[in-house]
Design a binder for this molecule. Structure first.
Ligand SMILES: [Zn+2]
Length: 547
């Protein structure tokens, strides 16, 4: 195992085609906040700034004075980044493959951009968040607008080869002892997770904005809103769902009670979703909500004097541009570019929800009310005949098209924004940072260097590969010579070790084992990967459990 970690260490210090830098000297700070605007091409940021100016919301974004470079965010085997592998790299230092959550990627020798050790495949990799909690006794928190086990937050506090397996990921996130988890995803919380929250003194608030606002306890808190993701900021009902800025303020208020400091990740999760949809007003307003959250974090950091903030995206998305073929050249005015979008009072999914409860005869008037768009006859038909328009007149044939797609088509026909695709793009993304001593990464840097910078800023001195070896040792090595078996028939796979009259039981995706039925906290999560039939456990599990 030691040999593998040496190779892994070599891998992470290899830096490619990079001319920017993570400064040699980074004064360690007490608190580190990383803020991810997911799937945000630079065009979105420019549009958000002009939108603010046009709507007299101020001439600048909060990030403007802190923009200091660009980041290349590649996968281990592909130049275009993806949420799961990119955040994995920010958190662990190792680029990964699409779908991977904080694990070492399977080698793809024909396409690998970084040298990989095939023997390390699937190895869970310790994250900066885990390092902060386990090595530094800092508080840890995640604030998102997606459902909590979605790729970016998952990368901070869980490990798996498939980002879509919410069951295995959500359980690890609960058992990873986060001090703060704010975001969406009530439908994913299980009875087992609730029982663990009870036992570990974690307050769980579900769809309770009032209790969230009043909470001032010293314990851990999960405040989860909505079944899955929370609504877009433009569609949000403030009485029901706090903004990303409010959640960020609350998270900092809670986390800063720890005298050892904290590590916080804040994600503007749905800028990416809006870009996938080519929904310009959602891209712009979600980014402004994210930028407001940065403003809140900055306010704390400047006062506190011991906090660094790093702000960036994880990949481009959809090639958003101001101006497109046939529209919006250099003679188009600010109003010509930004008036129409400024009239949109709902995102496309928000408009879809409204139309789904609007009778066909009223669609024209209601659409105008929220968008200031006078629908042409054929546009009106494209909406009321959409296949999933819920109160479509069933005596009329459907046009086979999706309602949201047609809403977006109509909204985009009145603006001059361009989209080259509905998927991720490979140009580098923006980088902004604040450090009380001005020690920031600058120029063109890679996702690997972002991890190096945060590692330094946190003042860690145990290399992450070493921590990975301690937290996630293969059961075949840890339990060599012992009598054990793996049972994969239950809800979660279980490892049972028998020694004399004692039985150690270790469930996967948990942090609580038991000896002869008596629970023992392991201090970190266990991972089981079926691809190689391997349990990854604390290297000192026998000592810890007294077996
Ligand atoms: Zn992403």
């Amino acid at each position: 195992m030691r040999k593998f970690f040496v190779v892994y260490l070599l891998t992470i210090v290899t830096v490619f085609f990079s001319c920017g830098q993570s400064p040699e000297k980074v004064k360690p700070v007490k608190n580190v906040i990383v803020m991810i605007s997911d799937g945000t091409s630079t065009g979105v940021i420019s549009a958000a700034r002009w939108y603010k100016m046009y709507n007299k919301m101020g001439d600048n974004l909060n990030i403007d004075p802190y923009i200091c470079g660009t980041v290349s965010t590649f996968c281990s085997n592909a130049p275009i980044g993806d949420s799961a592998p990119t955040m994995s790299c920010y958190m662990t230092g190792v680029p990964s493959r699409s779908g991977n959550v904080a694990i070492y990627p399977v080698a793809d020798p024909d396409n690998d951009i970084v040298p990989l050790d095939p023997a390390m495949a699937y190895q869970p990799l310790a994250t900066l968040l885990e390092a902060a909690r386990i090595l530094q006794n800092k508080s840890t928190g995640l604030v998102v607008t997606c459902e909590f086990p979605h790729a970016t937050p998952a990368d901070c506090a869980s490990h798996y080869n498939d980002r879509g397996n919410y069951k295995n990921i959500a359980s690890q996130m609960a058992y990873n002892d986060l001090d703060v988890m704010f975001g969406g995803g009530n439908s994913i919380i299980t009875d087992d997770m609730k029982a663990y929250f009870e036992n570990s003194g974690t307050t769980l608030l579900q769809d309770d904005a009032t209790a969230f606002r009043n909470f001032n306890g010293n314990g851990k808190i999960w405040a989860i809103f909505d079944r899955m993701d929370v609504p877009y900021d433009l569609d949000r009902d403030p009485a029901k769902t706090p903004s990303l800025e409010e959640m960020t303020r609350k998270a900092i208020e809670q986390l800063s009670k720890n005298k050892n400091g904290f590590f916080l990740m804040v994600e503007g999760s749905k800028v990416d979703w809006a870009a996938h949809d080519n929904d310009a007003v959602a891209c712009i307003t979600e980014f402004i909500a994210f930028d407001n959250a940065f403003g809140a974090a900055l306010e704390f950091a400047r006062k506190n004097g011991e906090t660094a903030i790093i702000v960036l995206s994880d990949h481009g998305n959809s090639g958003f541009t101001i101006g497109r073929t046939g529209c919006g050249g250099s003679t188009t005015s600010l109003a010509g570019l930004f008036d129409a979008v400024s009239q949109y009072k709902k995102t496309a999914p928000g408009m879809e929800d409204i139309l789904n409860t609007t009778q066909p005869d009223d669609v024209k008037e209601v659409f105008a009310k929220y968008t200031n768009i006078e629908l042409k006859d054929e546009e009106l038909q494209s909406l009321v005949q959409a296949r999933n328009y819920r109160i479509r007149d069933n005596s009329q044939p459907s046009n086979g098209q999706a309602l949201k797609t047609n809403i977006i088509k109509i909204m985009n026909s009145r603006t001059c924004f361009g989209f080259t695709s509905g998927s991720h793009t490979g140009e580098e993304v923006f980088l902004a940072a604040y450090h009380p001593k001005g020690h920031r990464p600058t120029g063109f840097v890679t996702n690997i260097q972002i991890n190096e910078y945060m590692y330094k800023a946190m003042g860690l001195n145990t290399p992450l590969p070493e921590l990975s070896g301690k937290l996630f040792a293969k059961h075949t090595e840890t339990l060599a010579g012992l009598d054990y078996k793996i049972d994969t028939t239950g809800d979660f796979p279980t490892l049972t070790v028998t020694k004399g009259s004692n039985t150690l039981t270790v469930p996967a995706f948990s942090s609580v084992a038991s000896v002869n039925g008596k629970p023992i906290a392991l201090g970190s999560v266990t991972v089981y990967i079926d691809k190689n039939d391997t349990f990854y456990l604390p290297a000192d599990i026998l000592k810890k459990t007294g077996l």
